[in-house]
Design a protein around this ligand. Structure first.
Ligand SMILES: Nc1ncnc2c1ncn2[C@@H]1O[C@H](COP(=O)(O)OP(=O)(O)O)[C@@H](O)[C@H]1O
Ligand SMILES: [Mg+2]
Length: 272
């Protein structure tokens, strides 16, 4: 355990979530909890990753957590067991949902007005975020004029115009070059650490990138029987990287225990 680290209240409680689509069982009793990470003297939000192979049900689960879809069974609750009020969960989908005919600035302003902010508040938040995200000189650009990493940054900024406790990112690393991946990873940690109770959940099949930014990994997968997958994914593994001393440290990716865990997860992944 990293010195000064502990856990507090449950900030997200996913219980027995089940989903069937067109008679196919997709999710079967998905259960996990995210707890507040506490670090002496530092404001630390949570960065957690939901890992799993392609097609296993990650995006479907993310939509349920965000309140966009209802599960067939089970519950999703936040702090103190309360339902997550509509609008408290921001989601960034894979295909950067920026409006093509609007500039970066105008995309952010629109997010503010849709989210119920006054024009003045929306303007202030937009300028603040452009600055925080180093995009001031891109304010007048259209999405088509941005790189993949820049688009990802604006898409994340767009979800932060209205302050939110939860930010869910679906495959945030796909299509990014190594430099952009590093930028986005850094940004994810910064966003989480803005508030003690903030939680960023990334949904990905990129084991290495997930390990590099997260404090907890949840593995979503299916069991096998006679060499065939049993329908219905559940959480098949939880890895506390703080407990293992693998979170919040520079140069972590070169450490032998990091590499060993990555190898272990890769092996497990192939069976799911
Ligand atoms: N509308 C739908 N009807 C039937 N099956 C669906 C539908 N949408 C997704 N699925 C199936 O649900 C499974 C999980 O999809 P998804 O959550 O997108 O996977 P992941 O994000 O892990 O790649 C996939 O096998 C997919 O074929
Ligand atoms: Mg997906």
């Amino acid at each position: 355990m990293i010195p000064g680290a502990s856990v507090g209240e449950v900030v997200l409680d996913v219980k027995e979530v089940g989903l069937t689509l067109e008679e196919h069982l997709i999710l079967d009793g998905v259960t996990f909890q995210v707890k507040d990470r506490i670090r002496e003297g530092i404001t630390t939000g949570q960065v957690v990753a939901l890992l799993g192979p392609s097609g296993v049900g990650k995006t479907r689960l993310l939509r349920i957590i965000a309140g966009l879809d209802a599960p067939d069974s089970g519950t999703v609750r936040g702090l103190q067991g309360e339902e997550l009020p509509a609008g408290t969960v921001g989601v960034v989908f894979q295909d950067y949902p920026l409006l093509r005919h609007r500039t970066v600035e105008s995309n952010l302003l629109l997010a503010g007005s849709i989210g119920g902010l006054s024009a003045a508040r929306s303007e202030a938040r937009t300028q603040e975020l452009l600055k925080t995200f180093g995009m001031e000189d891109r304010a007048g650009f259209y999405p088509g004029q941005l790189s993949g990493g820049q688009k990802q940054r604006v898409a994340i900024a767009q979800q932060l115009v209205v302050p939110r406790r939860f930010l869910l990112l679906d495959e945030p690393f796909s299509g990014l070059d190594p430099a952009a991946l590093e930028d986005v990873s850094k940004l994810i940690c910064e966003v989480a650490n803005l508030d003690e109770f903030n939680t960023v959940m990334i949904v990905t099949h990129d084991i290495r990138a997930a390990m590099a930014v997260s404090d907890t990994l949840y593995m979503l997968g299916r069991a096998s029987k006679n060499g065939k997958h049993v329908p219905g994914a559940k959480i098949v593994g939880e890895y506390d990287l703080v407990d293992r001393g693998l979170a919040w440290q520079k140069g972590i990716m070169e450490r032998p225990d990091f590499v060993a865990l990555e190898h272990e997860l890769r092996g497990l992944f192939r069976t799911l």
